[in-house]
Design a protein around this ligand. Structure first.
Ligand code: SF4
Ligand code: SF4
Length: 217
């Protein structure tokens, strides 16, 4: 049973000569991948909202390991945001538009049930931030910052996984064992974003659209 309905952007690929159509798709709520040539593509999305930590445009960029975009004040992209897709991520945007080729319209409503999924609690990297450490300390759970629950990596504290890649705090019923004090990275994980869709596909092979044909590279 799903417990959450999320309206997410549908991703479409456009050739450079169809930039106006790409801009219209984005203004209607979608994401556009505009191909200048086979090895250079722009991701176009609505200007991310600073007030919305779940902003799908921003997370579509974070999912490529980037954190910057340009908001245009003139031209075809006026009012929209663009970022150059890193070469290493071209397969990712190809796969997104391939997945969404079966969805009509610029957006779609996705039903999610996090307790039957928990894909983002597997094979992840959850680093603790200062407020997480303070919250653990206030709760009398300094043990959560030490082995076997956590280890040091690059000077930061990282939650550890079980050998089967599940987070050590993920219970058998798929609920978080430290839910009330869970790290910020967990409570802020954006449901229905590209990061969520990737986690579901990676953990369970669930594609929210056409089955992937594009190979990871
Ligand atoms: S991957 Fe998405 S649907 Fe699954 S538990 Fe995480 S946020 Fe919920
Ligand atoms: S701490 Fe809880 S919410 Fe975070 S990854 Fe582990 S089980 Fe999931």
């Amino acid at each position: 049973m799903s417990d959450l309905h999320v309206e997410r952007p549908v991703v479409r690929s456009f050739k450079q000569k169809y930039v106006k159509e790409a801009a219209a798709h984005v203004r209607a709520g979608g994401h556009a991948v505009v191909w200048e040539n086979d090895t250079r593509a722009l991701l176009v999305f609505q200007k991310p909202s600073k007030e919305n930590p779940d902003d799908f445009g921003a997370w579509a960029v974070y999912d490529m390991g980037k954190s910057r975009w340009r908001v245009h004040d003139r031209g075809t992209w006026k009012g929209l945001a663009t970022t150059l897709v890193p070469r290493s991520c071209l397969w990712i945007v190809k796969r997104r538009s391939e997945r969404d080729s079966v969805h009509p319209g610029p957006t779609r409503v996705l039903d999610l049930d996090c307790t039957s999924c928990a894909a983002c609690c597997r094979d992840n990297e959850v680093f603790l931030e200062r407020p997480d450490i303070e919250r653990f300390e206030e709760a009398g759970r300094r043990d959560l910052m030490r082995p076997p629950f956590a280890r040091r990596q690059d000077g930061r504290i990282l939650l550890t996984l079980l050998p089967n890649k599940r987070c050590r705090h993920l219970r058998r019923d798929n609920r978080c064992g430290i839910y009330e004090i869970r790290p910020h990275a967990c409570s802020e994980f954006p449901k229905g974003s590209e990061c969520c869709l990737f986690a579901r596909e990676d953990a369970f092979g669930i594609s929210d659209g056409a089955a992937p044909q594009v190979e990871a590279s």
